[in-house]
Design a protein around this ligand. Sequence first.
Ligand code: SAM
Length: 333
Amino acid sequence: MNLRVPSLRHEAGDQLAALCKAGGDPLRLNVLRALANDSFGVLELAQIFAIGQSGMSHHLKVLAQAGLVATRREGNAVFYRRALPHAETLGGALHAALLEEVDALTLPADVQGRIAAVHAQRATASHDFFSRVAEKFQAQQDLIAGLPQYRDSVLALLEALSFAPGATALEVGPGDGGFLPELARRFSRVWALDNSPAMLELARLRCTEAGLGNVELILADALNDDVAAADCVVLNMVLHHFAAPAEALKRLARLVKTGGSLLITELCSHNQSWAREACGDLWLGFEQDDLARWADAAGLTPGESLYIGLRNGFQIQVRHFAKPAADDRLTHR
Ligand SMILES: C[S@@+](CC[C@H](N)C(=O)[O-])C[C@H]1O[C@@H](n2cnc3c(N)ncnc32)[C@H](O)[C@@H]1O
């Protein structure tokens, strides 16, 4: 009788073993949990899990060898994020199942507290920046991309969405308020929300100069304070100042009324790390797929997108995401 013994190729076995080994440690599972919606540098992860940097580097290396984490270089800094499973590759099903189980874990309270501390450090850096630069805001903006370079594209998307009369808008992070006259013309009421008193003062001057009677300026943090929902929420060049952008999208989605829209203007991913110092950016732009994935997780569906290439090499993405009724979303899946 000719018995055929199933042969497991050595490298294939190695790959599966690396995956099992990486998943066989509670700390590494918690690192994967922490990376569910965020990316962190090795120092941040060491701080979050209260272990030394070299210990954390070792764990990240094991996770990376198993294909469970990937790195993204942001200028001089390297951020770790979860790698996406590929169902068709060896170990893909195991990888996907592992992440599903990991997502059901609750991180210990002290770890959650230290994640909040890392986010707070990032947010403070961004907030301090805008309190310092108000008087030279325009020049600072123009270093990368100013409103004139994306205004028409945002307006084109707004026009295409043809909001009903009486619709309301919320602009998060209006800066010096340059886009508020456009919103005031198109919506019955506009709320402009900024957490920097200095920036809000610039916006106030602009509204007074332009005689905008239907704009209300609010000093508040878009991510932490209570804000009423609007039919259209606009963020121009703001997301890269948020400590945890994927989480932020979930929060922003709640500020959009059902049937309404979220418009995001952002830089595409770039490697000009000077933007951190010069423009207070926490993130060097975003991958288009990341924005789409985070929006999906926030219950939004992608609409039109426009892309603008600038002469200085930066690229801008203007993205529309709709907030469908929960039932609509189920039928479109
Ligand atoms: C780069 S400026 C963009 C200004 C304007 N949208 C533009 O396109 O010119 C970012 C703005 O977002 C504001 N901002 C940053 N984080 C915020 C937060 N968590 N809540 C509200 N506003 C925030 C800043 O104070 C600043 O006014």
